[in-house]
Design a protein around this ligand. Structure first.
Ligand code: MF3
Ligand code: CO
Length: 249
C-alpha cells in the first residue's frame, strides 16, 4: 500500500530531510585525501547529536554504522572503517538518513577526492544529472516507471549502466515504503504517481556493467567488474506544483 502524506506530514519529512542535506554538505567539505571513512562517520555522528536527529541506518536490519560510505568500485552500503583512507583521485559515495519527530529523510551524494580523471568526473556528473532527470518525471498522473526509464535511458546514452539489485523507495514513517522506484524499466508501468507521495529516488550508476557482488561483511556492494560506481539520492514529494526536493538546504 502506498501511503499518501498530508502537507503537515510532508513538512515533517522535510524537516528530517533538511538535516540530511546539511550533514551531507558538511561531510562534502570534510572529504579530502588522508581522511578515513571512520573519521567521516564520526563527524556525521557529532552532527546528528548536535541537530538532535537519530541516524536512521544504525541498526537497520543490523547495519552497524550510522552512515554508508562507499569508495570507488563500492556501489552502496560501504561500512566506515579506520583502515579505509581516501586518496587523491577517489570518488566516495555518502548515503545517510535521519529519523526526526516520527519521520525519515534519506539522501546521498558522491564526492570527488582531490583531482579525478575526466571519465570519473563524467560518471559522477551523469549520475547527478540522472537523478534530476528522474525527479522531473515525478509528476502526478505519471507512473513510477516513467521515472525509472528516464534514468535508465539517460545513463545508457552516456555509456554507463544502472544498478538493478537496489532501487529507490517510498519513505515516510518508515525508511522504506511502497512503491519500489527502480532505476530501469519501460515507461508507463507501475503505480500511478499521486499528490502526497514521498519518494526516495536514488540512481546507482556503474562505469562498466550493472552486476554487483556483496562482500563477506554481508553489506558492501561492489561492482562485479571492478569499475567505478556513483550514487545520488533525494527525497522528494509529489505536489500539485510538481516534484518538490525535500533534501535541500
Ligand atoms: N539509503 C539506503 C536506502 O536507500 C539505506 C541503507 S540501508 C542500511 O535505502 F541498512 F544501510 F541502512
Ligand atoms: Co534510500
Amino acid at each position: 500500500m502506498i501511503i499518501l502524506k498530508s502537507p503537515a506530514e510532508i513538512q515533517k519529512i522535510e524537516a528530517a530531510c533538511i538535516i540530511v542535506a546539511e550533514i551531507l554538505e558538511n561531510l562534502r567539505s570534510f572529504v579530502r585525501a588522508g581522511v578515513s571513512t571512520a573519521e567521516l562517520e564520526a563527524y556525521a555522528d557529532s552532527q546528528f547529536k548536535q541537530k538532535k536527529a537519530i541516524p536512521a541506518f544504525k541498526g537497520y536490519r543490523g547495519y552497524p554504522s550510522s552512515v554508508c560510505i562507499s569508495v570507488n568500485d563500492q556501489v552502496v552500503h560501504g561500512i566506515p572503517s579506520h583502515s579505509t583512507r581516501l586518496e587523491n583521485g577517489d570518488i566516495v559515495s555518502i548515503d545517510l538518513g535521519t529519523f526526526l519527530d516520527g519521520f525519515y529523510g534519506d539522501g546521498a551524494i558522491t564526492v570527488a577526492v582531490g583531482q579525478v580523471d575526466e571519465d570519473t568526473a563524467r560518471l559522477v556528473e551523469s549520475t547527478e544529472n540522472a537523478l534530476s532527470i528522474g525527479i522531473e518525471k515525478a509528476l502526478a498522473g505519471n507512473r513510477v516507471s516513467d521515472i525509472s526509464s528516464a534514468i535508465q535511458q539517460y545513463i545508457e546514452s552516456q555509456g554507463f549502466s544502472v544498478v538493478r539489485a537496489f532501487v529507490g523507495h517510498g519513505i515516510g514513517r518508515s525508511l522504506h515504503e511502497e512503491p519500489h522506484v527502480p532505476n530501469f524499466g519501460i515507461p508507463g508501468r507501475g503505480p500511478r504517481l499521486k499528490e502526497g507521495m514521498t519518494l526516495a529516488i536514488e540512481p546507482m550508476v556503474n562505469a562498466g556493467g550493472s552486476d554487483i557482488n556483496i562482500l563477506a561483511d554481508g553489506w558492501t556492494a561492489v561492482t562485479a567488474d571492478g569499475s567505478l560506481s556513483a550514487h545520488f539520492e533525494h527525497t522528494i514529494a509529489i505536489t500539485k506544483n510538481g516534484p518538490k526536493i525535500l533534501t535541500k538546504i
